[in-house]
Every structure is written in structure tokens, then in C-alpha cells.
Design a binder for this molecule. Structure first.
Ligand code: GLN
Length: 250
């Protein structure tokens, strides 16, 4: 018998323009295929986020939308409580930036307070990072069987003006092979701190990188999951990696 698993998609109307809701679909499917009974809540501004979820997902969005989102999320506090109790908070791009201590918006680099769940700061870069990105996941904290070889490669599409620097409490999620990623000169991508994970690539990233999806599920459920061979995925991943290496970034 398996326990129910609750996933919350946070503020789809604010942080939903890059298709990152596909990350919820992927997690739901990978749980169902293993016999779990996942439940999805799409939470919108104005409603409190459920306090009992196993996984909270945030996506990308424009500067204005992310500013509204961070204001509402800091007022209502669910993500802080979630991180404290070890629930997974997984955020992409604008979602990633607002989990940090500060980020800046607009030409005038107005400094906005973030949620402080990741020890990162984000400032505007000289150029916008746009294009396919290829990274290699580092061994992830607590992962007893880290992904290796081609399984550790992550592909996605980045589109951000903010560049992110990690403080000592956050660890990079991956090293950049092609693309910009955090863009602070460290050649790293994303950040992880306890059960809170942020990253730049869209895709959605969990569809393109099932190893990362299963790492999040194992962290949330605090258990090892059996491998889940899905026949077309390795071939599609090889194609994507080859396309990026051959210059799909343009
Ligand atoms: N507005 C942020 C930036 O440009 C995030 C963009 C996004 O979510 N793709 O850095």
C-alpha cells in the first residue's frame, strides 16, 4: 500500500508563462506509474497554499509577476513552514530568484527582498541569457546513488536577465557545459539547500531530465524508488544533448 502524495503548483497565473506546469504533470505521472496516488492542487493568489503538501512547484514569470508572487508568499508563509519540515520546494527561473535573499528588477536594479529560503542573490546581468543549456548535475546532498555519466546531464531552455550568486549555505545544483546558468562567473547552475532546489532551465526541466524528477520524489518521500524505464526517453535525451553540443543554442 502506498501513501497519498500531495503536489502544489504555486500561483500558476503569475508563474506560469514558460510551461513549467509540465513539471507537475511529470511528477504526477512518475508517481502513478509506481502505484502512488498523487493529488495536485493548483494554488492561486488570494487562496492560502495548502500546508500539508509534499512538494511545492514554482515556475518562471516576468519581473512584475515575480514581484507580486514574492510579496504574497512572504505574507502567507507556507513555503517557509514547508522548507522547515523538509517538504520539497522546487523552483524554476523567476521562482528560483524569489527563493533567494534578494533579487533586482528593472533597468534601475530595484532591490527586492526574496523569501530567504536559498542563500542566493540575483542581480541583472549585462546580457540576457537565452537559449538551450546543457549542464551536469553534481552529486546531490543525501543522494546515495548519484546520477553518473550521461544520466547526470541536464538539458533545458534558459531565458533570464537575472544572474545569481550563491552564498555559503547553498550548493550549486550543476556545472554548466553549454549556456549561462547562474551567470556569475562560476560556471554553475541552480542551487540546493536542504529540500529547497532552484534552477534556471525550462523545458519543462523534469520532462527532459527524469533523474532530477526522481531525486525530488525520493527527497519528498524519504525513500528510494525503483527505476522506471520509459522506453523513448533515453533516445530523446541523447538527441537533445547532441543537438545542444552541435550548436542548437544559435
Ligand atoms: N524575470 C526574470 C529574469 O528575467 C525571470 C525570467 C523567467 O522566469 N524566465 O531574470
Amino acid at each position: 500500500m502506498t501513501r497519498p502524495v500531495h503536489i502544489v503548483l504555486v500561483y500558476q497565473s503569475l508563474l506560469g508563462i514558460y510551461g513549467d506546469r509540465g513539471n507537475a504533470t511529470v511528477l504526477m505521472k512518475r508517481l502513478q506509474w509506481r502505484g502512488f496516488e498523487p493529488r495536485l492542487t493548483v494554488a492561486e493568489p488570494g487562496q492560502p497554499l495548502p500546508d500539508d503538501a509534499d512538494i511545492y512547484l514554482l515556475g518562471g514569470g516576468e519581473d512584475g509577476a515575480q514581484t507580486t508572487a514574492v510579496r504574497l508568499l512572504s505574507q502567507e508563509g507556507t513555503l517557509h513552514r514547508a522548507a522547515e519540515r523538509g517538504a520539497v520546494v522546487f523552483a524554476v527561473c523567476a521562482g528560483y530568484q524569489i527563493l533567494g535573499t534578494t533579487f533586482t528588477i528593472g533597468e534601475r536594479e530595484e532591490v527586492m527582498p526574496g523569501l530567504g529560503l536559498l542563500d542566493i542573490t540575483t542581480r541583472r546581468g549585462d546580457v540576457r541569457a537565452v537559449g538551450e543549456i546543457l549542464t551536469r548535475l553534481r552529486p546531490l546532498p543525501g543522494d546515495v546513488t548519484p546520477l553518473s555519466g550521461d544520466d547526470a546531464l541536464v538539458t533545458g531552455f534558459e531565458n533570464h536577465g537575472g544572474m545569481t550568486t550563491l552564498g555559503p549555505d547553498a550548493s550549486p545544483l550543476a556545472d554548466v557545459e553549454i549556456g549561462i546558468g547562474n551567470g556569475d562567473g562560476s560556471a554553475t547552475e541552480g542551487a540546493i539547500q536542504g529540500s529547497v532546489v532552484g534552477t534556471y532551465p525550462h523545458g519543462p526541466i523534469l520532462a527532459r531530465n527524469p533523474g532530477l524528477a526522481d531525486f525530488l520524489l525520493e527527497t519528498a518521500l524519504r525513500t528510494r524508488l525503483d527505476p522506471l524505464p520509459v522506453v523513448p526517453i533515453p533516445g530523446l535525451r541523447r538527441e537533445r544533448v547532441a543537438a545542444i553540443r552541435q550548436g542548437a543554442r544559435g
